[in-house]
Structure formats: structure tokens, C-alpha cells
Design a protein around this ligand. Structure first.
Ligand SMILES: [Zn+2]
Length: 259
């Protein structure tokens, strides 16, 4: 569904949202008893939330990861897992543990990759696929990227799905994120999320797509996809920045805890 990335020194995580047309919600869920308040993004078809940041600075992002294997009978529980981690956890260790427990008890019928980042710069990734095991790990590298591929699960079948679209997006994101630094990072990130690869009408490898014929590289839903929005989670300033429309239209808004 998306291209996801996070960069430790900037305390920033970001993603595109590639989807068939759907309702997009950007909102705040208030603090409750034994529960952190959080800013979140969700799609109309989704239970729970796609991505968000809570008041203690934990960011959770998710996207599709999957194979050509048939759909599982289980429901898609990814958004519920995200919501639980956002409302209960402060660190990536707590978040990872919560996701591991959740998916053991309520396995998702749709595979996914979840990114976690906390206010101390901790990073973790969790991957699951209905026909495979699940795997999570704390990340020691300076950055982390996924373009709908599961790298921890090492599934051979996964390599056959429109691999070029995933590989090219990974490479684009990696080039952009390595260079990103200093005072200009936000503008650089907005530009990276808007990347169109030139001279390719099929848009293979573009981070921002428009009426893209999805053959399985971005989602299990084989219909026309567009990048309906992109998210930038600025942990340091506790902001959820998002594009109003495709990121390449360059209309951006932000949610904060101060409203
Ligand atoms: Zn675009």
C-alpha cells in the first residue's frame, strides 16, 4: 500500500498512502484512564488506525506486506493492533511486545509491516503474513525503509510479486533519506514523498502514483491505486503532518496536541 521510512537522528517517520479511493480521517483521540491520547490517520475501510503518534512520543506506522497466496479467512486486525500500541505504550520495546502479543492472539488475515519509533530514537519493525510466522526486532541502523516487502520473513514467494516496483521505491527512499539533514529536512521529506520516476507511464517505482494499475506490489486489492495522502510524523515536535491530496500537489496540514 505504501512506502514507509524512519530516520533516527531526525526523530522522524514518514509514509505514502497508496489506496483505492476511500474516506481519509486525520484526528485526535483524547487521553483516557490508563490510556495515552494520540493523533492518528485512518482509512474508511479500516478498523482501528493506520498510523499515529501518542502524547508520549511513540509513533506507529503500518502498511501492507504480502504474497500471492490466497486470502486468509481471518479479518484484517492491523489497525486494531496499532491503536492498542498507541494507547498503551511509551517505548518501542513496549510497542513491540504489544504487537507480538496482539498478533499471536488475533492473527491478521492481511499481512503487514509495522514501524515503531519513540522519543529517545528507539526503532523497531514488526512483520507478519497470514501464511508465515511473525517476526519483530529492534533496529540498530540509522534508518529503516520498507516498500511493501517483508525483509525479516524472507519469503521467496514475496520476491516474485512486482519486485521491480518495490526495489525501485526502496532505492529512491534510501537515497533521499540518507541525504536528509539539518534545517531543510522537512522540505526534503515532502519532496521525497512526492517523487515521480520520469519516463515511465506505468509509474513503476514512483513513490507518488496517480491511477496506478496495481498488480499486487502495493496491496492485495488489485484495483486502481493513487497516493491519496502522505504522512510525516515529527516526534520531536509531536506533530502529524499530512498532505491534503497527493503529496506532489504540495498542500500540507498538521495536527498537534495543542490544536
Ligand atoms: Zn504525484
Amino acid at each position: 500500500m505504501c512506502t514507509m521510512m524512519m530516520k533516527r537522528d531526525l526523530l522522524v517517520a514518514a509514509k505514502t498512502v497508496d489506496t483505492p479511493k476511500t474516506l481519509l480521517t486525520f484526528a485526535y483521540k483524547p487521553t483516557g484512564v490508563n490510556r495515552y491520547g494520540f493523533l492518528y490517520f485512518k482509512m474508511g475501510w479500516q478498523k482501528g488506525v493506520n498510523s499515529g503518534i501518542n502524547e508520549s512520543g511513540l509513533a506507529v506506522l503500518s502498511s501492507y506486506a504480502g504474497t500471492k497466496l490466497p486470502k486468509s479467512e481471518n479479518q484484517d486486525t492491523r489497525g486494531l493492533a496499532n491503536e492498542l500500541a498507541l494507547s498503551r505504550c511509551r517505548t518501542v520495546q513496549e510497542g513491540l511486545h504489544t504487537l507480538e502479543t496482539f498478533f499471536t492472539e488475533q492473527p491478521s488475515g492481511v499481512g503487514g509491516t509495522h514501524f515503531l519509533m519513540d522519543a529517545e530514537g528507539g526503532m523497531a519493525v514488526f512483520e507478519h503474513e497470514p501464511h508465515l510466522s511473525t517476526k519483530g526486532q529492534l533496529i540498530q541502523s540509522d534508518y529503516m525503509i520498507r516498500a511493501n516487502e517483508s525483509l525479516l520473513l524472507q519469503d521467496e514467494e514475496m520476491r516474485l510479486i512486482e519486485w521491480e516496483d518495490r526495489r525501485l521505491r526502496y532505492t529512491q527512499a534510501e537515497m533521499g533519506i540518507k541525504e536528509m539533514s539539518g534545517a531543510t529536512w522537512l522540505e526534503e521529506m515532502k519532496k521525497l514523498l512526492s517523487t515521480h520516476l520520469p519516463n515511465d507511464q506505468q509509474q513503476i517505482g514512483s513513490l507518488c502514483i496517480h491511477d496506478f494499475e496495481n498488480k499486487g506490489s502495493r496491496s492485495k486489492d488489485l484495483s486502481v491505486h493513487s497516493t491519496e495522502t502522505a504522512l510525516i510524523i515529527d516526534i520531536k515536535n509531536r506533530r502529524l503532518i499530512y498532505s491534503d491530496g497527493p503529496p506532489c500537489h504540495n498542500q500540507w496540514a498538521a495536527l498537534t496536541f495543542n490544536h
